[in-house]
Design a protein around this ligand. Sequence first.
Ligand code: BES
Ligand code: MN
Ligand code: MN
Length: 455
Amino acid sequence: MTIQNYITENKDRFINELIDLLRIPSISADPAYKESVFKTADEVKKRLVEAGADNVEICQTKGYPVVYGEKIISPSSPTVLVYGHYDVQPPDPLDLWTSPPFEPVIKDEKIYARGACDDKGQMYMHVKAFELMMKTNSLPCNIKFMIEGEEEVGSDNLGIFVKANKERLKADVVLISDTGMIANDIPSITVGLRGLSYMEVEVTGPNRDLHSGIYGGAVANPINILCEMIASLHDKDNKVNIPGFYDNVEILSTEERAEMAKAPFSLEEYKKHLDLSDIHGEAGYSTNERVSIRPTLDVNGIWGGYTGEGAKTVIASKASAKISMRLVPNQTPAEITELFTKHFISIAPKSVKVKVTAHHGGDAAVTPTDSIAYQAAAKAMETTFGKKPIPQRTGGSIPIVALFEKELGLKTVLFGFGLDSDAIHSPNEHYGVFNYLKGIETIPHFFKNFAEMSK
Ligand code: BES
Ligand code: MN
Ligand code: MN
């Protein structure tokens, strides 16, 4: 049976199975959902067994488990290590969803639910593509699955798991669908991810909240001070104003930048999608460059003082913010965390105390385009989309990619089928039925090409 026929016959079941998986709220960041995260791991295990995997195991870690499974067809065949994650981001703000985040619905040929694209939908394409290859007797490579439950919180325990299981994870390439492409009619393959350094800062003024009339004007208001400090972190060109921040930044050649600029992009449409009258960013770089080859600093959350109904005249004792920096190759999270910490403490006036703590981080990664695996992926997309994919760097982070290279010596192919407009991490996350089925169709071509080209 052909790939196409198998998909046509089974597509309703493929969609319904994904919808069932999306019903389980596997929010790794929120301890209230602990049971659901574990339950999702069990469910993934069950699905791998049903699809035909051997040695399927829930591997416990200090946090959420890694689900492992494999099918070894022959020691002389190449081995593909498929990575994905079954955890999802918190769904809030809930009131902005048009349907509840864990009650998936299909609207306009798109599946709406938290995790629909990131990453349950994309991860499950691999399980179904594997089922297809098993049922049609066409699996040409050994396959190993490693599906984790802590990607959205930094993959700390996966790092430990990988280091402890080097033998079991031996492979020729890592295949990950957890990124996007340019458009449904413009296939692309991600060849670069940014790194991350995530900080939290707390500014303390007086030892208690104060009446803003009695004390206002005579003591430092930690919210005012925090805002000033944050505002000073960018200069007039929107460069990050931390000494040393750009020291190790990889500089691309004019040729490389010209090559990147060939990717189709419409600034007008970009603005229209986001309802913006203008864009914003580092002087001297295009929008695509700002979100791929340049490092950034953004406040992700800020709080303090009175935010309830009505008004309260108060000077808060404390103000806080969560700040993330996206990194590019050669900047390391450890170095940037240190530079940020030193600088942030140094700019605090004597009138306040400052506390800086580091959350998770991760290294940037660049993946090759001259490898057999990349060529196999590009050829697969060319077959199913009818167009050669464009290699493109992207702004998001998958810290485990750099770790796979360091610990296992493995390169990764970022075989993503999502779209920027899928609203991952946002309300109304969705994944196109087209993209889901196209992924299931394209993956077996990758395996076939990779086996043939590895000979
Ligand atoms: N799948 C995303 C990363 C991504 C999305 C990369 C789209 C490229 C295009 C992943 O689940 C994610 O959200 N990663 C986090 C980092 C993590 C350490 C919390 C991110 O990028 O914020
Ligand atoms: Mn993801
Ligand atoms: Mn994510």
